[in-house]
Design a protein around this ligand. Structure first.
Ligand code: FAD
Ligand code: SF4
Length: 526
């Protein structure tokens, strides 16, 4: 229960960033108030939830509250397709890690200096070398299973657990990659390959929407650590609605409302907004904080996935039965010609699903059985995760017409692409088609180019910048013009790269936790 005492730290959002920050602060003896809009989902219910999801096609998590999580999507007008925000996030204790995949990547060193190196986007105010020790610590905090490959960025510490081997199906690509001179490697996962951190090893390593064993990392682990110290007060179903900023640039309180309607005022020495890219920007905008140069909400980014597939008559695959795919390639990550296109990472997938086939082809009964006998397992897929350039017109704003259950303006999402994004997606499609032809696939087909599918990776909206006129937070993640307000998470990313964001979120959160430790230990602290 949140009390009226002055906490050392108030954190908004109990996801990956908020959970790590709460654990680090409480481990150092600081008191934390952790506000979370969503509910807590008890660990003991996971098997039932998984069964419900897989047999009755129920939601992975019953987290959605339409009145609280409503939004307006204006993307169709700019990119021709809409964006289903609530399919790409989770609100709850643990945040989006409640049903993430757990694929773990560091950004490449070049991603921190994209403007200087490739003439694209902007440079980060920090370098890969500065973040590297925090990446290594993040591997150990989350529990990452991986095997280093020379295509990966340099690292100062080994992975805590050995990586998962390539599956039988993955191995199909090895000789083809060798012939074409591209490197493939097994991607690291935040899934235990052996017992680690008090959680079991992954037993099946197959399709996992909800992990009942706890082998796959969820931020609930760090929230449990924080609560276990007795110094963290977690308030689920409590929505932060306003940041009360005084004239001197010092935050005085955060005002929240519980789903029951009860008002909550939290006072702390330091405040961190860790509500993910859309809601962090929305809270700053609702509070009229940090937006003196009209930067809050701008440069919203996502990873666009380009998908392609083909029919391989000569071979049958066993998706999800003899190992989960782990193969990736960074061989096409950057174009040699400056400014030509953004990053491209290849993922080799075998996720055909008979239930999906029956739905998408409208086949049932004996016709479905016949189809499965002849075709199932012969479909080979490839995906390219592509970089989307920071674009000030791609943004989160407050919608002028629609309100949430408390009467606050809902977020309006508008993704916008640049000509560079179109080139990146087109080139990714060509690379995939070429690889499928090399492997001997027929009936090669691609989803229409554009936003075919998304990564569920929201980035940007509170960009990190040295110049207060070009971003929202400084290199320490402190909101420009304030003394005790910080933003954590991928909203501070100046560029997106073409790699999953969560290890970078974790590394930045650990780095911020160290900074806050210094701030809170100083007698002149906020
Ligand atoms: C289906 C899916 C698959 C994914 N797979 C991967 C993957 O393989 N690899 C990878 O790196 N990433 C993946 N991601 C992304 C990853 O889950 C996110 O990058 C990560 O969880 C973001 O952490 P966060 O703490 O910034 O935000 P979140 O985890 O989203 O947590 C933010 C929390 O803030 C709360 N909140 C929001 N507004 C308020 C408010 N006003 N008051 C109080 N609380 C608030 C929310 O309820 C939420 O719980 C995936 C995501 C999804 C949805
Ligand atoms: S396969 Fe592994 S990660 Fe997936 S649900 Fe099972 S134990 Fe969890």
């Amino acid at each position: 229960m949140i009390s009226d005492k002055i906490y050392d730290l108030c954190i908004v959002g109990a996801g990956l960033a908020g959970g790590l920050l709460a654990a680090q602060a409480t481990r150092k003896g600081h008191s934390v108030a952790l506000l979370e809009a969503g509910s807590r989902f008890p660990f003991g219910n996971r098997v039932g939830q998984l069964l419900h999801h897989q047999t009755l096609a129920g939601p992975r998590w019953p987290w959605l509250n339409e009145a609280r999580d409503h939004y307006v999507d204006s993307s169709a007008a700019s990119i021709g397709v809409g964006y289903a925000l609530n399919s790409n996030r989770v609100k709850g204790v643990g945040g989006s890690t409640l049903h993430w995949d757990g694929r773990i990547n560091r950004l490449m060193p070049v991603d921190f200096a994209a403007a200087t190196t490739n003439g694209l986007g902007v440079d980060w105010p920090i370098t890969y070398a500065e973040l590297e020790p925090w990446y290594s610590q993040a591997d150990w905090e989350l529990g990452v299973s991986g095997t280093w490959h020379r295509a990966m960025p340099p690292r100062s510490r080994d992975f805590p657990m050995e990586g998962f081997p390539m599956s039988v199906d993955d191995r199909l690509w090895e000789p083809i990659a060798e012939r074409l001179g591209i490197e493939v490697f097994a991607t690291p996962w935040a899934i235990n390959s052996r017992p680690f951190g008090g959680y079991s090893q992954c037993l099946a390593f197959a399709a996992c929407q909800i992990c009942p064993s706890g082998a796959r990392y969820s931020a609930e682990r760090h929230i449990a650590i924080a609560e276990g110290t007795g110094r963290c007060e977690l308030a689920p179903e409590t929505v932060a609605r306003r940041i009360d900023l005084g004239p001197s640039g010092k935050v005085k309180a955060v005002h929240a409302t519980r789903l029951t309607g009860e008002q909550v005022e939290v006072r702390a020495r330091v405040y961190v907004i860790a509500a993910h890219a859309v809601e962090s920007a929305r809270l700053l905008l609702l509070s009229r904080v940090g937006n003196h140069s009209d930067q809050v909400g701008r440069n919203l980014m996502e990873h666009v996935y380009v998908d392609a597939g083909g029919f391989l008559p000569s071979r049958r695959f066993y998706p999800g039965r003899v190992g989960y795919e782990v193969t990736e390639s960074l061989s096409y990550y950057r174009a040699e010609e400056k400014g030509r296109r953004g990053g491209i990472k290849l993922e080799f997938t075998f996720d055909e699903d008979p239930l999906h086939e029956s739905e998408s082809r409208h086949l049932w009964g004996s016709r479905l059985a016949q189809y499965d006998r002849e075709r199932f397992g012969h479909w080979i897929g490839l995906e390219a995760e592509t970089e989307v350039q920071p674009n000030p017109d791609s943004r989160v704003t407050l919608d002028g017409t629609q309100k949430d259950l408390f009467g606050d303006a809902v977020p309006n999402i508008r993704f916008a692409f640049s000509p560079v994004d179109a080139r990146t997606q087109k080139e990714a499609g060509e690379i995939l088609a070429n690889l499928l032809h090399e492997v001997g696939a027929t009936e090669v087909s691609q989803e229409p180019l554009g936003a075919t599918s998304w990564g569920a990776h929201h980035m940007g909206t509170c960009r990190m910048s040295v110049d207060p006129d070009k971003g929202v937070v400084d290199r320490d993640c402190r909101v420009h013009g304030t003394s005790n307000l910080y933003v954590a998470g991928s909203s501070v990313f100046p560029t997106s790269g073409a790699l999953q964001p969560s290890l970078t979120i974790a590394a930045l959160s650990l780095r911020l936790a160290e900074h806050l430790q210094q701030v809170l230990s100083s007698p002149q602290a906020a």
